[in-house]
Write a protein that binds this ligand. Structure first.
Ligand code: ADP
Length: 382
């Protein structure tokens, strides 16, 4: 009985991205596909060997799911769609699933079994979270832009007035020193406002063919000129990097920001000779379809490879703690005394406008590694 009896049925079962578990009226397993076995922690070989066995035994490790299935056998109506946290499976993770429970009835209406279909909600939740964050940041950006416009003009007047006042005060006098200090503060405030406006400004990349290796070398040299560094500097490039269609100024700003951040992060680390910064650029194939499907977008052909350019900037500084992982990308988040906190947020926005992704690749702990991934064959890219 059931689709598992045919070869096609087995393929169908195991091709489903949803988990499926079915029991008969006695509580014996009549269906368990690979996705279900993996999420429930039954082991891959369980899909065949568990069939015909008592579900109370096979699913003993997942009491909540088992109870749902057995209760469905009495045929009473209860909410058939809900969420459930599974017991940690083989991968040690406690997956949350969204499930649909169905009593299986014969043509006469008698309940002959029960089945549960379920999906792992973690990837969906992660996507929702990112979407919510993007919306929040967009709203925050609008507000910041409004404020920045209001502040900019009076600030410029204040700078001019303080400059005039300074000229009326005797050189070397205490009052003049105070006004100079005031001017310094006003300038740094003006810079923060300018960076804030820069961040919310829409970015439309003006793309052309870019020699990425040359551009990255240039960004590295500029970063080193801004933040002198006595440690090791390493740059590695794939032998034949394809040209990338990108806005060179924007891309240089992205890499330059990562380089300056890396150098600044190492400044507090003492003996610079033992420290190092590395920049690597590679072109790699990627499974586009999988990425697209995971993001809910339309898939490409199954075997259509795609290439992407990967730029990595790594350092041997203190790294980023687990707690700050997400926050460092928020606009205006900074741990530096004179930081604006706009660098990574702006870089992420510029990379996104090229259809790419900027992410912190290194785990928590010493040494940070940031990765920029840019599609080489997206529409509108190279
Ligand atoms: P800012 O440089 O003005 O602080 P960013 O947005 O560029 O703004 O960076 C935000 C924060 O991210 C920094 O203040 C720092 O705490 C953290 N950060 C960025 N790059 C690194 C790095 N390479 N190593 C450790 N922390 C980093």
């Amino acid at each position: 009985m059931g689709v598992r009896d045919s070869e096609f049925g087995v393929w169908l079962f195991d091709s489903l991205r949803s988990g499926l578990v079915a029991i008969d009226g006695e509580g014996c397993l009549v269906g368990l596909n690979e996705t279900a076995a993996r999420l429930l922690g039954c082991g891959a070989d369980a899909t065949g060997s568990a069939l015909g066995r008592d579900a109370r035994e096979v699913l003993a490790g997942q009491p909540d799911l088992l109870r749902l299935l057995l209760e469905a056998l009495d045929g009473s109506e209860r909410p058939s769609r809900a969420e459930l946290v599974l017991e940690p499976a083989g991968d040690g993770a406690a997956h949350t699933i969204g499930f649909t429970l169905v009593p299986v009835r014969d043509p006469g209406g008698a309940v002959r079994g029960a089945a549960v279909f379920f999906r792992d909600l973690q990837p969906i939740e992660r996507m929702d979270e990112q979407e919510r964050l993007r919306e929040r940041l967009a709203a925050l950006g609008q507000m910041a832009a409004g404020l920045a416009h209001e502040i900019r003009n009076p600030l410029a007047s204040m700078e001019v007035l303080a400059g005039l006042l300074k000229r009326q005060l005797a050189e070397g006098s205490d009052a003049r020193e105070l006004v100079e200090e005031l001017l310094g503060e006003l300038r740094s405030l003006a810079e923060t406002v300018r960076d804030g406006l820069e961040f919310v400004k829409p970015v439309a990349p003006a793309r052309r063919g870019v020699d990425v290796a040359a551009l990255v070398e240039e960004a590295l040299a500029r970063g080193l000129a801004r933040v002198p560094f006595a440690g090791e500097v390493r740059s590695e490039f794939d032998a034949a990097l394809p040209p990338l269609l990108a806005d060179p100024d924007q891309l240089r700003a992205v890499v330059g920001n990562l380089v300056v951040n890396a150098l600044e992060a190492m400044r507090s680390q003492g003996d610079e000779a033992r420290l190092g910064i590395g920049v690597h650029v590679r072109a790699v194939d990627r499974a586009t379809r999988k990425l697209r499907v995971e993001r809910g977008g339309p898939g490409r052909g199954d075997d259509e490879p795609a290439r992407e350019l990967v730029i990595r900037v790594s350092d041997t500084g203190p790294g980023v703690s687990e707690e700050l992982r997400e926050r460092i990308f928020y606009p205006f988040f900074t741990t530096k005394e004179s930081g604006s906190g706009v660098g990574l947020a702006l870089a992420q926005k510029l990379v996104a406008s090229h259809g790419g992704v900027l992410e912190l690749e290194s785990p928590a702990g010493p040494g940070a590694r940031f990765r920029v991934r840019l599609p080489l064959d997206e529409e509108g890219a190279s």
